[in-house]
Ligand binder design. Structure first.
Ligand SMILES: [Zn+2]
Length: 155
């Protein structure tokens, strides 16, 4: 099974070839722009948090994260998660993967992280479902004959 998987993978990788490199590069650039965009948004929020803390200081009040900074912290969380998923996409574009433990980038085939040594889980492909893909009737004109034959066979 594994051997076949590898063969198919290799064939399709070769097939994809150079034509995709250009679009890969474009995609990567786009993702990197999104990441730096998110990072500057996070910096803005940090600034806002700092301002709020200082205002509290001026007023001689205590700051309460839950009531005063909840919204800002949530936004940073979300932006950070987005950055992570963009980063993952970039790594996948260059045929790599990210360590489940330390997020170090490594070769897709690597079993252990070169940085922290954590064993990486085997990639689970979602082939388990026996769901039959619905094929739209695009080819109906071409295949009318065979279809009729098939139907008549049941007699
Ligand atoms: Zn690691």
């Amino acid at each position: 099974m594994e051997f076949l998987d590898k063969l198919t993978k290799k064939a399709s990788e070769t097939y994809k070839g150079a034509a995709e490199k250009t679009s890969k590069f474009a995609k990567e650039t786009k993702l990197k722009m999104k990441i730096s965009d998110n990072k500057s948004k996070i910096d803005d929020i940090y600034e806002e948090i700092g301002r709020k803390v200082y205002q509290k200081h001026i007023l001689g009040e205590d700051i309460n994260i839950k009531t005063d900074l909840e919204e800002e912290c949530k936004q940073i969380d979300e932006l950070g998660e987005e950055i992570e998923s963009y980063h993952r996409e970039i790594v996948e574009l260059s045929n790599g993967k990210i360590c489940v433990n330390c997020k170090e980038q490594m070769d897709k085939e690597a079993k252990y992280c070169p940085k922290c040594g954590t064993e990486q889980p085997e990639e689970v492909k979602e082939n388990d479902s026996i769901e039959v893909e619905f094929i739209p009737d695009e080819n109906i004109e071409k295949s009318t004959e065979t279809e009729e034959q098939d139907e008549n066979k049941t007699e």
